[in-house]
Design a protein around this ligand. Structure first.
Ligand code: RM4
Ligand code: MN
Ligand code: MN
Length: 424
């Protein structure tokens, strides 16, 4: 389904005056506002193919309506998001949930919507119906060499799909670990995993990156074989220059200082990618910025500081992805909110007076340091984000266009109200 350009423009027109007033007011206080807008326009966030259907919990799933029934329809949904916000110009695929049957037509469809293929995700945390050996006791860590081989083979296949689509990265998230003390020899599990990852790494094209994603617990509840950033960094360092750590915001133990983790990974040149979401308790996969917006700001603050210190390009040198999915909102509305939260926080982090912050840090002026950070965090930058969308041809208010144009209702008419999206 396509959003008609003239309708979007008409809706923009109806709130343009009000927007202009807010933007002008904000712009007078911002140094070099044009370069901030340029950075915002360039900043794109990949949408995971598994976030387009209503998520569920282990207790049930309440499907919305008009969910995408195929990879093509998922791409169309992301195309719709991108037409609205101009900041969702990439898709991150999960194999085997989204096997591209015909890569060239998938590529053409994505290009039509101005979408790139971000990191490919492999899946050795579920058994597939046609699979020979089970991952019940792990995949790359498994005590059986044959199971490990099967997992390696799958990852190499994912790379092949990615090459055909023009992706440049593989994300490996392993659910491997143990549920009970004594179940696993930690050292052997680590070594098996490392050897398996090394084989996958050897199949990686020269211009590709490999992201090793960590997670503290779930589905294993006693130990996880890539359980934290230390373990991930250990694998990534042993693997080589193309391997990096991937930080998923929901994968830490409660109250972990994620901003410090980010800062040190950047210092080591080993931060590769990011999965945005928010959480109250564990891997809740809630809308970005819905629970702890200040934490997100502090993380972005370190991202910008650390990337600038290394002369990195904000838009391209890290893989920015959303990894969220839940059960009560319309997934497309939820994703619009997540992208908006990321853009808002990105600008706020750009507004931090870094020179002044360094000076006060050097003088141990703790109070002023807090004032500087909170001044940026408390600036309402929504009009700036809206302005960047307007300039790239998107909607001033994507959510309101989505509702006014009854986009979900149209999807339901097209696809039906009972279908369940493929994937999770
Ligand atoms: C995991 C992890 C992975 C994601 C799966 C679906 O918890 O976050 O990144 O691919 O969920
Ligand atoms: Mn993730
Ligand atoms: Mn997760």
């Amino acid at each position: 389904m396509k959003l008609e350009k003239h309708k979007l423009e008409k809706l923009n027109q109806s709130i343009l005056k009000e927007h202009q007033r807010k933007f002008d007011f904000l712009a007078t206080d911002i140094k070099d506002v044009e370069s901030v807008i340029k950075k915002l326009i360039d900043f794109q966030i990949a949408i995971p193919s598994w976030a387009l259907g209503t998520g569920g919990t282990r207790f049930g799933r309440f499907a919305g309506g008009g969910e995408p029934r195929s990879l093509e329809e998922k791409i169309e949904d992301i195309g719709l998001l991108h037409a609205l916000n101009k900041s969702s110009g990439a898709i991150s695929l999960h194999i085997p949930w989204d096997i591209p049957e015909n890569t060239s037509s998938i590529k053409t469809l994505a290009a039509k919507h101005d979408l790139k293929f971000d990191a490919m995700n492999s899946n050795t945390f579920q058994d597939q119906p046609d699979q020979k050996l089970s991952y019940k006791f792990g995949s790359m860590q498994h005590v059986s060499k044959d199971v490990r081989k099967q997992a390696i083979k799958h990852n190499i296949e994912v790379i092949k799909y990615g090459i055909e689509l023009g992706s440049k990265a593989l994300t490996v998230w392993l659910s491997d670990g143990s549920c009970f003390p004594g179940q696993l020899n930690f050292r052997r599990a680590f070594q098996n995993t490392l050897e398996s990852l090394q084989e996958v790494y050897a199949a990686l094209p020269d211009d590709w990156k490999m992201f090793v994603e960590y997670k503290a617990y779930e589905p294993n509840f006693y130990s996880t074989t890539v359980g934290d950033w230390g373990q991930s960094l250990l694998y990534a360092s042993k693997l080589g220059a193309k391997a990096y750590t991937l930080v998923d915001l929901g994968h830490h133990l409660p109250n972990a200082n994620i901003e410090q983790i980010v800062s040190l990974l950047l210092m080591e040149g080993k931060l590769g990618g990011f999965h945005f979401n928010d959480s109250k308790y564990g891997d809740d996969d809630l809308t970005v910025g819905s629970i702890k917006p200040y934490q997100l700001f502090l993380i972005f603050n370190e991202l910008i500081e650390g990337m600038d210190a290394k002369g990195m390009n904000h838009a391209n040198d890290l893989a920015w992805m959303i990894d969220a999915s839940h059960n009560v909102k319309d997934p497309l509305e939820d994703l619009l909110q997540s992208v908006e939260a990321i853009m808002i926080t990105y600008v706020q982090a750009l507004l931090v007076d870094r020179k002044k912050l360094t000076d006060v840090q050097n003088n141990n002026d703790v109070v002023t340091a807090q004032e500087i950070l909170q001044h940026a965090f408390r600036t309402d930058v929504r009009a700036l984000v809206a302005e960047s969308r307007l300039r790239s041809g998107g909607a001033l208010n994507p959510l309101s266009v989505y509702r006014t144009e009854k986009l979900r209702e149209n999807l339901i008419k097209q696809r039906g109200s009972k279908n369940i999206a493929i994937g999770l």
